[in-house]
Design a protein around this ligand. Structure first.
Ligand SMILES: C[S@@+](CC[C@H](N)C(=O)[O-])C[C@H]1O[C@@H](n2cnc3c(N)ncnc32)[C@H](O)[C@@H]1O
Length: 270
């Protein structure tokens, strides 16, 4: 199997289409955001950026203090703004952003040129796949991933790779949307959401991923639903940013009808 194969819709979305430029996002981040505490009366692009930064902060707070000694990797780093935030605000020893798309790695290096020059030994961006992480066994103290795992074709190999590259006691923090269990859920998501229909997103049941983690050598596996902080805020922003009939407005009803939810998953390498 070619672990570095990029599915066609992933290649297009983060290549020529450059999703970061879509009206649903802002500031170079590409995630749905944590809207906690943000006034939803008339959210601005600055609020949108803030929501995306807040999602990163929520993930990064899940790494234990003292953080200054921790060597981390982010899987699916996009333009690398979250990896740079991790270094700047949380003062980790080092952060390497990994992405499967060469255009994203190129953008991450360009966007963060100053930070890369300032911290040449502490910030890096490298091409790599969730199915084959570019690190030796036990090299990392932590791995995180923000709204990327829904693109991975399968999560069993990702769980195994995270277990391989983490040292004993190392921590994994993953946030994105996972599907509910059940045979018809994936089909219903394809009807509601174009990203599932065209193969950009894959329906991964949450319970399958947490079971994969346990089987791969993780303990203290937790999954917190954070949907109330994500979906209503995102949908309020989309109300002004995209046409009313745009398929992305269906995330909110999909969540309300229990087909998917946004989760924060944490686990510790045994
Ligand atoms: C929605 S973007 C999120 C980017 C960033 N985490 C953020 O929040 O701004 C998902 C990213 O995951 C990357 N990606 C997709 N499949 C991947 C895989 N199998 N391995 C590594 N990265 C992948 C994409 O190229 C894209 O840059």
């Amino acid at each position: 199997m070619d672990h570095n194969h990029i599915p066609p819709t992933v290649r297009r979305t983060y290549g020529t289409d450059d999703l970061a430029k879509a009206a649903s996002f802002a500031g170079g981040f590409i995630n749905f955001g944590d809207w906690q505490g943000i006034d939803l009366t008339a959210p601005t692009p600055e609020d949108r950026v803030h929501s995306q930064e807040q999602l990163y902060r929520r993930v990064l707070r899940a790494f234990p203090e003292p953080r200054v000694q921790l060597r981390l990797a982010e899987v699916g780093c996009g333009r690398g703004l979250g990896a740079a935030l991790a270094l700047r605000e949380f003062r980790f020893a080092a952060v390497t952003g990994v992405d499967i798309h060469p255009d994203q790695i190129e953008r991450a290096r360009a966007v963060n040129a100053r930070a890369l020059a300032t911290y040449p030994d502490r910030l890096a961006f490298t091409l790599g796949s969730a199915a084959q992480l570019p690190f030796s066994d036990g090299y990392l103290d932590g791995v995180f991933s923000v709204e990327a795992a829904q693109h991975f074709r399968e999560l069993t190999g990702f769980a195994r790779e995270c277990a391989r590259v983490l040292r004993p006691g190392g921590r994994l923090v993953v946030t994105t949307f996972f599907s509910a269990p059940g045979p018809e859920v994936a089909e219903r998501l394809k009807i509601l959401l174009a990203s599932f229909a065209d193969g950009l997103d894959v329906a991964h049941p949450l319970g399958d991923f947490t079971a994969d983690l346990t089987r791969s050598g993780f303990t203290d596996v937790t999954a917190e639903s954070i949907g109330t902080d994500v979906w209503p805020g995102l949908d309020r922003y989309l109300t002004d940013a995209v046409p009313a009939a745009h398929w992305s407005r269906n995330f909110l009803p999909a969540w309300r009808s229990g087909l998917l939810d946004y989760h924060l998953v944490t686990a510790t390498r045994t």
